[in-house]
Design a binder for this molecule. Structure first.
Ligand code: FAD
Length: 337
């Protein structure tokens, strides 16, 4: 009797087990794909099984982004949900749609970038589906085991999600390579909008326009800290260095809180996570919360007048100097090259 009980229970487990079928939330703004979504495609491909994508937005934006996403390598299908309610990606409207698509298409995994939109939509969705949220993964093993940093990157947690039927996962975009946008030929399937009872309405947004590279994806970043002392010196001392290197500008939280730099430029645990080829930290002490956002950078250069500043412990190249002397000198040298 014991043998037959075991046999029947493993049979039922087998019959409940589905082949992995992943969906990637292909985030767009104004009809332009957010590159971070391509790293979510790579993560989904590591699960194995089928990988499809979904684009959600106004009709014009969905039409615009479809041309780019159809050719992403490795996607079997693109679901497209176009409706004015999805313009501006309001999380309260997008969530019911995803909560309906996931069971109806027998999706086992939803992946998306750990971006502002991912952080806004995915936890709501996990709540709506009554499953755990799996945030900010940096690696995965098979279908149910994920690795993510905790305690501002000071410890790495490996978690196994064995019970939830659907895994709702955001991906740290610096930890995965981008899937190629060439070579694919996914079919498009339209998905009907799902009504939301939300009262949330889009009012307006203010976007800081910059001619410099985008901080999140730049290959070089020059960041300034509290030592810059003012918004004016951020502009007169740091910006010329960024321009000479063709770099994006970042900032520590202390510099942002003091009003020297815009909020969108904050690097760190509660700001952006970057991993450029070159990261230049100017007048930044190197608090763990700042390191959490930049320590994976390939080459770290630090300029600080305190030789004992913690930033020097992770810097590949360190210069102990007053930034107000060293940075203009460096700019002069770079411009002379
Ligand atoms: P400081 O620590 O004041 O360092 C200034 C440095 O400049 C010093 O090392 C000093 O030696 C040097 N200096 C001064 N004058 C000169 C000069 N003339 N030339 C050269 N060097 C000079 N911080 C972040 O950056 N990002 C985050 O996302 C973030 N999230 C946080 C989340 C939480 C929950 C908490 C509690 C904190 C967070 N912080 C974050 C804050 C963090 O702990 C530090 O307070 C902050 O990073 C310090 O910024 P700073 O290095 O610019 O300033």
């Amino acid at each position: 009797a014991r043998t037959s009980r075991i046999a029947s229970s493993s049979l039922s487990t087998l019959s409940q087990r589905r082949l992995a079928s992943s969906l990637v939330f292909l985030e767009q703004k104004g009809g332009k794909l957010n590159d971070g979504s391509l790293t979510a495609v790579t993560a989904a491909q590591q699960v194995g099984g089928d990988v499809a994508g979904i684009v959600i937005g106004s009709k014009a934006d969905v039409d615009g982004v479809l041309a780019q996403v159809k050719s992403i390598n490795g996607l079997s299908k693109i679901y497209a949900a176009a409706d004015e309610a999805y313009a501006n990606g309001i999380a309260e409207n997008v969530t019911p749609l995803l909560a309906s698509v996931i069971p109806s298409k027998s999706i086992t995994h939803l992946f998306g970038a750990h971006s502002a939109a991912g952080k806004n939509i995915f936890p709501r969705l996990a709540g709506a589906l009554d499953v755990s949220m799996i945030s900010d993964i940096v690696a995965l093993e098979g279908e149910d085991t994920f690795t993510r940093p905790i305690y501002a990157g000071n410890a790495i947690l490996k978690l196994k999600s064995s019970k939830d039927a659907v895994k709702i996962v955001t991906v740290r975009t610096t930890a995965f390579s981008k899937a190629s946008t060439e070579g694919g030929s996914a079919a498009v399937e339209e998905v009907a909008p799902v009504a939301s009872d939300s009262n949330t309405k889009f009012v307006s947004e203010e976007i800081v326009v910059s001619s410099r590279p985008d901080l999140g994806s730049a290959s070089k970043v020059v960041s300034g800290g509290r030592a810059l002392k003012s918004k004016e010196s951020f502009e007169s001392v740091l910006d010329p260095l960024a321009d000479a290197l063709g770099a994006a500008v970042g900032a520590s939280r202390a510099a942002v809180d003091a009003g020297y730099a815009d909020n969108s430029l904050q690097v760190g645990q509660t700001g952006k996570v970057v991993a450029p080829e070159l990261y230049v930290a100017v007048g930044i002490s190197g608090a763990i919360q700042h390191l959490a956002g930049m320590k994976e950078s390939k080459l770290i250069v630090a300029i600080n007048k305190d030789a004992d500043a913690p930033i020097f412990q992770i810097a590949d190249v360190g210069l102990v100097a007053d930034l107000f002397d060293a940075v203009p000198e460096l700019v002069k040298e770079l411009e002379a090259q």
